[in-house]
Design a protein around this ligand. Structure first.
Ligand code: ADP
Ligand code: F6P
Length: 323
């Protein structure tokens, strides 16, 4: 394979705190290894339209502490079509891109795999607050989102305590309950409802609240993942059936923003450098991951064939602790 001289970097799918750290690392490592680095704006849309510019050391100054992504991101349906992909490939040739680093979730990896099949070398970096990418135990943005949600739950608990109420808190995660389960444990929730597990209102929600009351509990936190939904109705139902004053809070997009934590800054930086080092060594079509406390990489096809399941043991632990 010929030496990689020019690489593109883009962020795609939902933004996540730490994406800027990854962009910064790709740019600085790329320049360190003598490459030209093109920042592609607005995900795959920028690849299709040629919305890209050369980045230098200073283009990524003062961004490591900022949430969001300086390159911006969109969901790009056109890219999923044959025509869109061909446009992207011809634009990549116009800008002499030898490889593209894609920072995003598994949808973005699917796009990356498609262009790799058309001859464009790619490297994927895991960027999503959901932590739902199968090949990796950690995704960029997850730690910041957990801490943001935890901070919100602590505040909600203060008022739930004062008023002796039940607070139903809806957290992000359409298909994945990692945020819900973990903040359920760290926030001392009485009930956690996950998209991966069906639940019964009587035995999984009302019963633990009533049993808690019989043991002297006065306030309650119920965490509902977005994929389960219905937080407002759930709060009304709890109030009706238990007589306990109940309020719903939907945390929404505040979970996606904010200054990245140290963990997200460090991990995104290490992963970004690793992506460039793979390319510099002529290793392509890989996804950088964190597995068993180590930074590793997998073939993109293998990565996309992996499955991730929420651990039943951790769900059980959260139930034991909710007593
Ligand atoms: P995430 O990367 O966070 O999972 P999405 O699932 O929205 O986010 O995917 C981001 C983008 O990746 C999509 O808007 C689309 O442009 C591209 N993409 C997703 N799936 C495919 C696919 N099967 N083929 C080509 N491109 C895809
Ligand atoms: O994938 C991250 C995520 O925040 C999910 O938790 C959520 O379901 C989704 O993105 C919302 O995306 P958007 O509001 O950008 O369409």
């Amino acid at each position: 394979m010929r030496k990689i001289k020019t690489i593109g970097v883009l962020t795609s799918g939902g933004d996540a705190p730490g994406m800027n750290g990854a962009i910064r690392a790709v740019v600085r490592a790329g320049i360190h290894y003598g490459m030209k680095v093109m920042g592609i704006r607005r995900g795959y849309t920028g690849l299709i339209t040629g919305d890209m510019h050369e980045m230098n050391l200073r283009s990524v100054s003062d961004i490591i502490h900022r949430g969001g992504t300086i390159l911006q991101t969109v969901r790009c349906p056109e890219f999923t079509t044959q025509e869109g992909m061909e446009k992207a490939m011809s634009m990549a040739r116009v800008f002499s891109l030898d490889a593209v680093v894609v920072i995003g979730g598994d949808g973005s990896y699917m796009g990356a795999r498609e262009i790799s099949k058309l001859g464009m070398p790619v490297i994927g970096l895991p960027g999503t607050i959901d932590n739902d990418i199968a090949c990796t135990d950690y995704t960029i943005g997850y730690d910041t989102a957990l801490n943001t949600v935890q901070d919100a739950i602590d505040k909600i608990r203060d008022t739930a305590y004062s008023h002796e109420r039940c607070s139903v808190v809806e957290v992000m995660g359409r298909n994945a309950g990692y945020i819900a389960l973990n903040v359920g444990i760290s926030g001392g929730a009485e009930v956690v409802l996950l998209p991966e597990k069906s639940f019964d209102m009587d035995s999984d929600v009302i019963k633990p609240i009533i049993e808690g009351r019989n043991r002297g509990k006065k306030n309650y936190i119920v965490i509902v993942a977005e994929g389960v939904g219905g937080a407002i109705e759930l709060a009304k139902d709890i109030e009706k059936r238990t007589g306990l004053g109940s309020r719903a809070t939907i945390l929404g997009h505040l979970q996606r923003g904010g200054s990245p934590t140290v963990r997200d800054r460090v991990m995104s930086s290490i992963m970004g450098v690793k992506a460039v080092e793979l390319l510099n060594d002529g290793i392509i079509n890989r996804v950088v991951c964190f597995k068993e406390e180590k930074i590793v990489d997998f073939d993109i096809d293998e990565a996309l064939s992996m499955k991730k399941t929420i651990e039943d043991e951790i769900i059980e632990i959260s139930k034991i602790l909710a007593l």
